[in-house]
Design a protein around this ligand. Structure first.
Ligand code: ADP
Ligand code: MG
Length: 758
């Protein structure tokens, strides 16, 4: 019975077989067997379909080129228009698209299709249907109608809805998003056509990440085009762009399976930080271990087939930590690709006996993982609006978008903080190797200088012609290539890096839609306000030119948002003090950070811009709190079980051995001072055991109390303040035991074993 239970915990069939066969009874054996398995891995080298990536890039995507081959000219034009301007697609065109999609998918070997969506759980969801049907009740055919393409009703009652839709009320439905192309997900077992969709309730409320993001992007497009009209009448479309750098850890699957905490929480709740961690900084950009390399090549091939334009791969700072980044794309697509990539990495990793850890902090004391969101704006004329030009005119345009971004982030800093809040990211924010929980913006010395100058010069009510020329000249002098000049400040949560802003505080496991929804919404809102202010200044001062009106408003923004700009070390304690003086928020935990979603200003912001209603915001807030509570609850449970069932029995066994040793020494007449050390150890072990037991019991009591609280926010706070506070004490004592107890008894793979890569 015991053996079976153990095997079930370490749930691969291999373990089960191994343990049963050998009738192994002690837990530590699992650790050693896992280590042995990790040692014995062979390389799984996969061959690319062709030596040139361009030969097979996007082979599994129903992209524009493929569509053009399958659709009539008129239908293709309509679909393109829908993609570019969000116009409606007629039923008969949708019918053609559906037929074309099916023909293409079947030619690629797909048998099933699914609406692919992003519910608020943070992962992606799919429900497969086959193309197969019995026509007239008995004639087997393949069919895919436009209604199946356009809309589906997944039985999705178990997806979180924050009370908008309870299980017996109306169901939710998914609706086709033609702006993100359909693709075929391949596995060795079969192929499925995946159609990116939004997910909404029957009453029209959005229940996913994608729908509000699309609305925000639409608002931003309109607002940005309006502002661009000041500078260039040819601009009629602005796309927000996003390049997502994805950090992750790899671990051998056997070692992963031997750590119940990693399996259930994605992070280790115990583990002594190894002697050789990242102190030597020899991992960053070091050579990639061959097994990891084989994995990377494999998942890149799969990503290329799906049209994900991966560009870079390298080791990260921490041991066994890596990063990949694609070439940037329009945001909706970039987010879909990142979601797909995370899923893909996990699937491909299994073929290489790895597990990908996307958690923000799998190991305490070792660098965490982020997902840098590189963000910018591009026009239909091909201009990056956050890239300085070479004339005063284009640079005024650049400064307009640059300063408006700073102003937007300044005004809604708490909302930006909320957009990246999660139980797992809490471990990373504020820890000394990650951006702090304080929102600040880094722009580099050169641009700081430009902003200072505008502030000084435009302050005067009336500029002399010379001053105007001087200012123009200086604005014109902003070098086109700032990339090499912007200092690489890696400690800022929101940094300008030459031609884009980089939101670095986003967590590695997050759906970037959350941060991008906020950033693009506040930017749309800000640009609308900017235009109104410029018009007001111009109307009041008939004698000044538009450019001057623009500069006056920008100057005001520079002054108003000055306190969020910080060029120093964001990881230092000094900054925490300084930020406090400046009145900037420093919200250390998720339940409190999430409050920003439901303030009066946020509700107004999202409803004024037609992005989320009050009800939708409240539902989201509720879901995020609920998710937080569940995560901490699970961690607390795992911690309790591991402490009581694994750690304490191990410590007691070792303690017994010491006791036997002391008794033996006594029995042969040794003097007490010869076994003093053993006695001390016995005492120390007892002390740790009692602290662990006491805190675990208290933690369980706190959990029981918290579970009785009805209000979602109060419950999340109870978990945050009362339950979580025991984590540190329990961990500290367990980690101390790890240092004392005989290594061969220790049941859990140790840090140095997990992070070492062969
Ligand atoms: P670093 O690690 O130095 O920040 P990387 O090359 O790893 O740089 O990542 C930079 C990311 O920024 C890439 O995904 C890149 O495509 C993206 N990027 C570059 N220009 C833009 C832009 N205009 N808009 C959005 N993302 C961009
Ligand atoms: Mg970066």
């Amino acid at each position: 019975m015991f053996i079976k239970k153990v095997a079930k915990n370490y749930n691969t069939p291999l373990y089960f077989e191994y343990i049963c066969k050998k009738k192994i009874k002690i837990m530590s054996t699992i650790r050693f067997r896992a280590l042995e398995m990790a040692q014995e891995r062979t390389l799984n080298i996969v061959e690319a379909p062709s030596a040139k990536i361009s030969d097979y890039f996007g082979a599994n995507v129903f992209d524009k080129v493929t569509m053009q081959k399958y659709l009539s000219k008129e239908s293709y034009r309509q679909v393109l228009e829908a993609i570019e301007s969000g116009s409606q697609i007629e039923r008969k065109v949708a019918e053609q698209v559906a037929t074309a999609m099916m023909a293409w998918a079947i030619s690629k070997g797909a048998t099933h299709y699914t609406h692919w969506f992003q519910p608020l759980t943070g992962t992606t969801a799919e429900k497969h249907d086959s193309f197969f049907e019995l026509a007239d009740g008995n004639r087997p055919i393949e069919n895919f109608s436009s209604s199946a393409l356009v809309q589906q009703e997944p039985d999705a009652s178990s997806f979180p809805s924050g009370g908008i839709r309870n299980t017996f009320e109306a169901r939710g439905y998914t609706a086709w998003d033609p702006t993100s192309p359909a693709f075929i997900m391949e596995s060795r077992a079969g192929k499925t056509l995946c159609i990116p969709t939004i997910f909404v309730s029957y009453t029209g409320e959005t229940l996913d990440y994608k729908a509000p993001l699309l609305k925000a992007l639409h608002e931003l497009d309109k607002a940005a085009v309006d502002v661009c009209q000041y500078f260039d009448k040819n601009i009629n479309k602005v796309n927000a762009t996003l390049g997502i750098e994805q950090e992750y850890f790899l671990i051998d699957i056997a070692l992963y399976n031997a750590r119940p905490d990693l399996e259930t929480c994605g992070r280790t709740v115990f583990g002594y930080t190894p002697a050789k961690g990242q102190q030597l900084e020899d991992h960053y950009f070091g050579s990639i271990p061959s097994r990891v390399y084989a994995f990377m090549v494999d998942f890149e091939i799969e990503a290329f087939k799906l049209g994900i334009p991966l560009k870079t791969r390298h080791n990260e700072v921490a041991p066994s930590q890596f990063e990949c980044a694609p070439v940037f794309e329009e945001i909706n697509l970039a987010v879909d690709h990142n979601q797909l990539l995370m899923d893909l990495m996990d699937k491909v990793a299994r073929r290489h006996n790895f597990k990908v850890l996307l958690h923000e902090k799998p190991y305490a004391g070792i660098n965490g993982s982020g997902k840098h969101n590189n963000w910018s704006l591009t026009t239909n004329t091909g201009k990056n609006l956050l890239s300085p030009g070479n004339t005063p005119k284009t640079n005024l345009q650049f400064l307009t978008f640059f300063i408006n971004t700073i102003k937007a982030v300044h005004d809604y800093a708490d909302l930006m903080r909320a957009s990246i809040a999660s139980a797992s990211n809490d471990h990373r924010l504020g820890a000394n190797e990650a951006p702090p929980a304080i929102m600040s913006i880094f722009i580099g010395s050169q641009l700081s200088g430009v902003l200072d100058e505008i502030e000084q010069t435009v302050k005067k009510e009336k500029l002399s012609p010379e001053e105007k020329t001087q200012l123009k000249l200086n604005i014109g002098r902003i070098p086109e290539i700032l990339l090499d000049n912007t200092d690489r400040n890696r400690t800022s949560p929101f940094a300008f890096t030459g031609n884009k802003f980089e939101f670095r505080a986003v967590g590695s496991s997050a759906n970037s839609s959350s941060s991008m929804l906020v950033l693009n919404t506040i930017m749309a809102n800000q640009l609308k306000a900017f235009k109104n202010e410029v018009e007001a200044v111009a109307a009041k001062n008939k004698n000044i030119k538009k450019d001057e009106a623009i500069l006056r408003v920008l100057r005001k923004y520079i002054v108003d948002s000055r306190n969020i700009r910080f060029e120093g070390n964001g990881y230092g304690d000094e900054w925490v003090k300084e930020a406090k003086k400046r009145g900037l928020s420093n919200i250390p935990d998720t339940p409190r950070a999430l409050d920003a979603y439901i303030t009066k200003e946020s509700k107004k912001l999202f409803s004024d811009n037609n992005i989320l209603s009050e009800r939708e915001l409240e539902a989201r807030h509720d879901i995020l709190l609920e998710t937080y509570t569940k995560k901490i609850q699970i961690e607390s449970r795992v911690m309790g079980t591991l402490a009581l069932n694994h750690i304490l029995p191990t410590a007691i066994r070792y303690q017994n051995e010491l006791i036997t040793n002391v008794q033996g020494m006594k029995s042969i007449g040794m003097k007490p001072e010869t076994f003093k050390i053993q006695q001390e150890l016995i005492n120390t072990i007892s002390e740790h055991i009692s602290v662990i037991k006491k805190n675990t019991d208290e933690m369980i009591e706190e959990r029981k109390k918290a579970n009785k609280i009805d209000d979602t926010r109060s419950r999340a706070l109870a978990y945050c303040d009362k339950v979580r506070k025991h984590f540190e004490v329990i961990r500290y004592n367990v980690d101390k035991l790890e240092l004392i107890v005989d290594d061969s008894y220790w049941p859990l793979p140790k840090y140095r074993e997990m992070v070492s890569m062969r």
